[in-house]
Design a protein around this ligand. Structure first.
Ligand SMILES: Cc1cc2nc3c(=O)[nH]c(=O)nc-3n(C[C@H](O)[C@H](O)[C@H](O)COP(=O)(O)O)c2cc1C
Length: 379
């Protein structure tokens, strides 16, 4: 990847970006900004502080580069929750409002996530309520456009751009200085959450134009389709006013590539992959003993690493690691899994990534493995 300063965010991903995963990403890319999964404010009530403590367990370890993402359409509850979160976790990098997730409306809780894009005044009220409850930074993660049905999808034009300008202006005037734009329209019904990440076309030019038009007023982060180091490099080579990027599925498909991202952000940070994984194992063993997380949660990040190594090993194309490194990592992961499972998982005699990834299955859970396979197939 080419050098120079930029900001990189590991996107919020339900089912993945819990504290164990964030710990691994912190070890691989300490300069990256990490996000929680979206926390629905209604689910945190009525004991908001206790629920936040439970959900953000261990977040002190994230340092000051953690973004808490909230989902709500109720200004009073959202403001109260943001205030409590800021008091409990004063080091939060930002508190974010989810205005981009189309799945929430199909779950019956209409009015959250991407459907907020239909109502700039309501969104502004939500942001203003967060703003008045905390001195910390507030941001909004949203899409570049919103449609009701798949049949409405069409190439974006000036009308859509004016709508987005108005939306970003409302957010900015209400007190958020950072907007993360997933560079695809959202479709509110008739398109599954997965297809909402595949079918609507990416339009990076929309994001660039917004970044130009709001230069100096709102920081814009580009998200969507940055699925490889090469894609991130290409985006950075065409950066315009954008110097902040977010990737989601790339980070769960190729977590070790975060080493390269870190090098590009901070060339003086030479992270050794073996130490990073050994440190993660020590963390996981300690958390297992304190029963702070389930074994499945603690092993998921290691499973993701094993899948990446399997891909590299089978395709004969390790991005950055020598074969010797990969084989050493195989043993480290295998020994770690045996230890974490208290010997329930038996080691394989030879280097075999297919067997290694399979041996994670009973620990991580078939449902989780299948979900990951579906998410991987999205790319
Ligand atoms: C499994 C999964 C869970 C997600 N959960 C969230 C979430 O909780 N909050 C959110 O704002 N976006 C969520 N997203 C969307 C991602 O943050 C990101 O915007 C999207 O995947 C596009 O980026 P990518 O192409 O780099 O993956 C999720 C995406 C996936 C694949």
């Amino acid at each position: 990847m080419s050098g120079c300063c930029f900001e990189f965010h590991v996107a919020p991903l339900q089912g993945y970006t819990h504290q164990p995963f964030r710990t691994l990403t912190n070890l691989l890319a300490p300069s990256a900004i990490k996000w929680t999964e979206m926390e629905k404010v209604a689910d945190l009530q009525p004991m908001v502080a206790a629920s936040l403590r439970k959900r953000l367990e261990g977040s002190e370890d994230d340092g000051n580069n953690l973004v808490l993402q909230l989902g709500s359409n109720n200004a009073k509850d959202l403001g109260q929750c943001a205030g409590i979160a800021a008091e409990l976790y004063p080091n939060l990098h930002e508190i974010n409002l989810n205005c981009g997730c189309p799945s929430i409306s199909s779950g019956g809780a209409t009015g959250y996530g991407a459907s907020l894009m239909k109502d700039p005044d309501l969104t502004a009220g939500l942001v203003a309520s967060m703003r008045s409850s905390t001195n910390g930074d507030i941001s909004v993660k949203t899409r570049i456009a919103v449609f009701d049905n798949p049949e409405d999808l069409r190439p974006l034009d000036d009308r859509d751009y004016r709508y987005l300008v108005n939306y970003v202006s409302s957010i900015s005037e209400a007190g958020a200085a950072h907007v993360i734009l997933h560079a695809r329209p959202a479709v509110l019904s008739g398109l599954s959450p997965v297809n909402n990440r595949i079918v609507p076309q990416l339009d990076y030019e929309f994001v660039h134009q917004i970044a130009r038009d709001f230069d100096g007023r709102v920081k814009i982060t580009l998200n969507g389709g940055l699925n490889s180091l090469a894609a991130l490099d290409a985006a950075r080579n065409n950066q315009g006013q954008i110097s902040s990027y977010m990737s989601g599925r790339f980070c769960i498909r190729r977590p070790l590539d975060l080493l390269n991202v870190e090098q590009s952000m901070m060339s003086s940070n030479r992270i050794d992959v073996h130490s990073a994984l050994s440190n993660y194992l020590s963390y996981a063993l300690a958390r297992r003993d304190k029963q702070q997380f389930t074994l499945a949660e603690l092993c998921l990040p290691l499973y993701l690493v094993s899948e990446q190594l399997r891909e590299d090993y089978e395709e004969n194309e390790p991005v950055q690691l020598s074969w010797e490194d990969i084989e050493l990592l195989h043993d480290l992961l295998q020994e770690g899994l045996v230890e974490l499972s208290n010997g329930k998982v038996k080691p394989n005699a030879s280097i075999n990534f297919k067997k290694l990834t399979s041996s994670f299955k009973p620990v991580v859970g078939t449902k989780v493995v299948n979900k990951w396979r579906r998410n991987r197939a999205e790319l």
